[in-house]
Design a binder for this molecule. Structure first.
Ligand code: HEM
Length: 182
């Protein structure tokens, strides 16, 4: 006679990689309360805004490199605007992300959310310093410090963006539904 199926354990409790250990934070009733609270029609606003600092940080580095190569002041001016836009829109995205972090209990409980916050604030500091440097003279600022800060910002953007994707695609944070209502 076949045995009746064992009661279903939740994915994180039964994970073999944990060797039977259970993280008490994962047992909190609000652990899976991770739906985005700052969203337009279930589309999280943070995800919509982060595209701008990511793209503009890449543009800043590209414009700096073209200025170094051509010596054309147009590229130094373009880099200043791209950097300023990246900083301002990055701060806006950061404020929305911080609202999610503080308002959504399941997001606030995960250490990964706080890691993303720390990396993102480091990125915003580099973007702010890079823009401030250029306001005192956009051509003189490019070499060597401006392009150096642009390269550093690109590295931090990679970390912050990759880690943000991990929050969404691995931990399903800020995801409005589990897909069952499709
Ligand atoms: C400064 C404070 C920030 C906080 C507290 C924060 C928090 C979050 C949270 C909670 C999520 C999960 C999705 C959601 O709830 O909307 C997320 C996703 C994400 N974050 Fe941030 N974030 C911050 C800044 C940034 C910045 C500056 C960037 C730019 C590189 C960024 C890039 C991303 C990306 C790419 C995602 C994945 C979006 C998706 O694919 O849906 N975050 N962030």
């Amino acid at each position: 006679m076949s045995k009746p199926p064992a009661p279903e354990a939740s994915a994180h409790e039964s994970s073999p990689s944990r060797g039977g250990l259970v993280d008490p934070i994962e047992l909190e009733p609000v652990f899976d309360d991770t739906d985005s609270k700052v969203a337009v029609g279930d589309h999280p606003v943070h995800a919509m805004l982060v595209t701008f600092p990511i793209a503009l940080t890449a543009c800043t580095f590209g414009a700096d490199a073209l200025y170094w190569w051509t010596g054309d002041a147009f590229w130094a001016r373009a880099a200043m605007w791209a950097c300023g836009g990246g900083f301002v829109l990055g701060v806006l995205a950061g404020l929305v992300g911080t609202a999610e972090l503080l308002l959504v209990r399941g997001i606030r409980q995960r250490s990964a959310s706080w890691t993303h916050f720390v990396v993102a604030v480091m990125l915003l500091s580099v973007l702010g310093a890079n823009w401030g440097l250029r306001l005192g003279g956009y051509e003189q600022a490019v070499l060597p410090w401006g392009i150096g800060l642009s390269a550093l910002a690109l590295v931090f953007t990679g970390f912050a963006g990759w880690h943000g994707g991990k929050l969404v695609f691995e931990y399903q944070l800020g995801v409005a539904s589990n897909g069952s209502d499709r």
